[in-house]
Design a protein around this ligand. Structure first.
Ligand code: 13P
Length: 236
């Protein structure tokens, strides 16, 4: 399974270094594919079995894009994994679908592993199921859903950082729909915690989780990785 931590605008470089070291202890005994997305200024060449990914980068090698980093900054640390389309970049930073698709295309051309996020805000959720699916399908415009290095993350906006989670039945239903769109591994994200991760990972078509706030403590994130191992062992 894919167990990923999006650290967002948290953990300084020294805190991230400590965090990765703590994770290494549990990851070395695990069969899970663990990915961590540190804040941009905390990217580095960490010695670890954990895959380090970028939360964001501008789709250029380098250039005049104040405040952004480009491909060469990722290459410096051999980073080949990137998060694209996260709801905070769509809604807070105002990234358009057109720009997201451009970014996707660029990093696909570079052979990156792309974790592509989709998810509906509350007002869409409160409408019909058809409206919700139409909304989510639009978030795939310009995106190559057959890309071999693609991972999709379904993250309902209303569940991010709120402690609210869709029912397991709802996750099952939407993941089933999303699997029709792409055969890429499909993660669930939004208020995943130590106490619900096992249930969420047990849902059909959930291939992993993308965890925000609950992953900020290495101990909690390690527990989630251990749960994923237990679950996988129980299936064999
Ligand atoms: P929370 O786990 O804090 O809800 O955040 C989820 C998320 O946005 C992961 O990318």
């Amino acid at each position: 399974m894919i167990i990923a931590a999006n650290l967002k605008t948290n953990l300084t470089r020294s805190a991230t270094c400590k965090y990765i070291k703590e994770l290494q202890i549990c990851v070395q005994n695990s069969t899970q594919n663990v990915i961590v997305f540190p804040a941009t200024s905390s990217l580095d060449s960490y010695e670890s079995n954990v895959t380090i990914g970028a939360q964001n980068a501008y789709p250029v090698e380098n250039g005049a894009f104040t405040g952004e980093i480009g491909l060469e900054h990722l290459k410096e640390f051999e980073i080949k994994t990137i998060l694209i389309g996260h709801s905070e970049r769509r809604h807070i930073l105002g990234e358009s679908q057109e720009f997201i698709a451009k970014k996707f295309h660029y990093f696909k051309e570079q052979g990156f592993q792309i974790i592509f996020c989709v998810g509906e805000p509350l007002e869409i959720r409160e409408g019909s199921k058809e409206e919700m699916l139409t909304y989510i399908h639009k978030q795939f415009e310009g995106i190559d859903t057959t890309y071999e290095n693609l991972i999709i993350a379904y993250e309902p906006v209303w569940a991010i950082g709120t402690g609210k989670v869709p029912t397991l039945e709802d996750i099952k239903e939407i993941h089933k729909e999303l699997k029709k769109k792409s055969s890429a591994p499909l993660l669930y994200g939004g208020s995943v915690k130590v106490n619900n991760v096992k249930d969420i990972l047990s849902v059909e078509n959930v291939d992993g989780v993308l965890v925000g706030s609950a992953a900020l403590y290495a101990e909690h994130f390690c527990t989630m990785i251990e749960y994923a191992d237990e679950l996988q062992q129980s299936r064999h």
